[in-house]
Design a protein around this ligand. Sequence first.
Ligand SMILES: Nc1ncnc2c1ncn2[C@@H]1O[C@H](COP(=O)(O)OP(=O)(O)OP(=O)(O)O)[C@@H](O)[C@H]1O
Ligand SMILES: [Mg+2]
Length: 204
Amino acid sequence: MPNNRITVIIGRKGCGKTYLAKHLCKDKKRLAVFDPGGNFSACGLVIYNPYDLAVYTKQQKDKNFRIIYQPEGVNIGSKKDIIEESFDFFLRNVANLLYICVVVDEIHLVASQKSNNFLLRNFSNMGRKPEISMIVTSIRYTDVIVPMRANADEFVSFQAEEPADVDYLRKKWGPIADELESLPPYHFIRKRSDQLKATKERPV
Ligand SMILES: Nc1ncnc2c1ncn2[C@@H]1O[C@H](COP(=O)(O)OP(=O)(O)OP(=O)(O)O)[C@@H](O)[C@H]1O
Ligand SMILES: [Mg+2]
């Protein structure tokens, strides 16, 4: 996967989104994961403290690193404004680094359609900002903020059955979207912006 791409992964609970996100970032030399759910601990250096994140990202500017940020006192059940604030801090720190892959598992937790997320929106809209790629997951396509899904270079859906999501993907992909409901575990349909057609893929 070349740099400066946005990859959006959706699908119902337990279908393999986090697993695929981990797979896609396996070989990244410079990686920053926002991980309040604690799913990526084995993927790099876990940082818990905001101060440490700020110091570490400054030190790493020209080096290789794999940072997993699990902010202390924050988890996926935390209040929305607490998660959002913590995510904003994370993004502000990693946004200064170029040639980096940023992973946000369950992006709907940190950015809803209504929330402000100036930096994230900016990030998504500067789709061609050099050398920052993003991999995000969410249960529902409709929960992914509009600028992000509008600018996605690669779109993956595991099994999905919410009518709003399937209808939307049918409009984008055509009849292959009708197969979303019955996809076997860990199978997915993928569409890259440089390909004409969405394709069915086997588990990674
Ligand atoms: N391609 C795969 N091959 C083998 N096991 C897999 C694969 N994908 C996922 N799994 C396993 O299935 C389980 C669920 O996967 P995962 O956590 O990635 O799903 P998810 O979509 O992120 O779920 P959630 O919505 O709960 O976050 C995990 O135990 C994972 O190891
Ligand atoms: Mg997951």
